[in-house]
Design a protein around this ligand. Structure first.
Ligand SMILES: [Zn+2]
Length: 387
């Protein structure tokens, strides 16, 4: 074989690999996630119905409205802020498919930053999909990234100057949906998405917002509720009610720093009448010291390297050979919101948001969260929505 044919063979192999990778990226980017509108869903809107600044973009997400018809308050649940944190959108979707609202109104988004759910983190070898076993088969979601896909938001600035505070943030945070609140109507797509959600929060007179996240165990803001000053009583009481009585591992409470801008718990509270809270739960796959980054680690939360770091007291959350399974992570998130609402409802009963139909923490841990997702194939087609 002469040199020319070696080069030609190498070119063909490289071209073949590029084509294969390209088709896999495309399959992931275009994958549709069905959500079955549960018995409580009275209307499904698009985010652009509240503000035109996201019309025609990938981030014009579904907005699920569960209206009891009984006067009360309005709660807004944000899933999918960071799509590499699956407990976030799984928890919000569990409400859409199961919750029945008895008083007031619940608004839910599952894919707050859809663009970020259509790409995984470059160079990190993330799985493209993850799944949960259900009684009717395997339910699959897109694994995503922390930030908006650069294909939808390019180029990044040298320094990201947050609007309206003027604070300087890291350049890629202009694509981080939890650094771009309260948004900007003529900004890049992530800022526009936040702006549209702020418009919805203000115009729909939302009273309480909870933003779902997961965090690495090496990070100090972990297994906690971060709250705006307005949510102090709700967050403190929720933390007390859940710690030890319901959750074997405590859930803390801390204040949103007043000088740190762009975060939901700070900006939503500052720029609307709503009280804003954010919930964190442990996700070992986000730790830098993790082992093989596959779906198994993502969903089981079991990792011997992270455990080793725990033995050396390098972590802010406990971990043992049982890991942090997704049933526990979603169970904590769902129950945190339900408990926060219980406390919120006592403050002003005329603004209450009363929800039923949602499983308890122990039911989710015992039965697995797969028991609470509906089969889109056996649901009427006009009740199935693609996120
Ligand atoms: Zn997050």
């Amino acid at each position: 074989m002469n040199l020319k044919s070696v080069k030609l063979a190498a070119l063909l192999v490289a071209g073949g690999l590029v084509a294969l990778a390209g088709s896999m990226f495309r399959e992931h980017r275009l994958f549709q996630e069905p959500t079955v509108a549960g018995p409580g869903v009275t209307e499904v809107k698009k985010l652009s119905d509240f503000s035109p600044v996201v019309a025609g973009t990938v981030n014009d997400c579904n907005v699920y409205i569960l209206d009891s018809g009984v006067p009360g308050g309005t709660a807004f649940l944000i899933g999918g802020t960071h799509p590499e944190e699956p407990a976030s959108n799984l928890s919000s979707q569990l409400f859409v498919e199961n919750a029945v609202v008895k008083q007031g109104r619940l608004i839910v988004v599952n894919r707050a930053n859809t663009s970020a759910s259509q790409i995984t983190r470059n160079g990190e070898a993330y799985p493209r999909f993850y799944s949960v076993q259900t009684p009717w088969g395997e339910k699959v979601w897109r694994m995503g990234d922390r930030c908006t896909n650069a294909l939808d938001s390019w180029p990044d600035p040298e320094v990201y100057v947050h609007y309206p505070s003027g604070q300087n943030l890291a350049y890629m945070d202009i694509r981080n949906f939890n650094r771009t609140w309260p948004g900007r109507q003529d900004g890049l797509i992530t800022e526009r998405t936040n702006f549209a959600m702020m418009e919805m929060i203000r115009n729909e007179k939302v009273d309480i917002v909870l933003d779902y996240h997961e965090a690495e165990l090496e990070y100090p803001v972990e297994n906690t509720i971060v709250t705006h000053e307005k949510g102090q009583a709700v967050a403190a009481m929720t933390s007390m009610m859940l710690t030890s009585a319901v959750f074997p591992i405590p859930i803390g409470m801390e204040f949103s720093p007043t000088a740190l801008h762009g975060l939901s718990h700070r900006e939503i509270g500052d720029h609307s009448d709503a009280m804003s809270l954010l919930a964190e739960v442990a996700e070992p796959m986000l730790d830098r010291i993790r082992g093989i980054t596959d779906e198994q680690l993502l969903m089981s939360g079991k990792d011997r390297f992270v455990m080793k770091a725990g033995e050396h007291k390098l972590l802010y959350a406990p971990i043992d050979e049982n890991g942090w399974p997704i049933d526990i992570r979603v169970g904590r998130h769902v129950t945190t919101f339900m408990t926060a609402l219980d406390v919120f409802n006592q403050i002003d009963p005329s603004k209450a948001v009363v929800i039923s139909g949602v499983p308890s923490y122990q039911e989710m841990v015992d039965n697995g969260i797969g028991a609470y997702f509906k089969d889109p194939k056996s649901a009427p087609s006009d009740r199935v929505f693609m996120d």
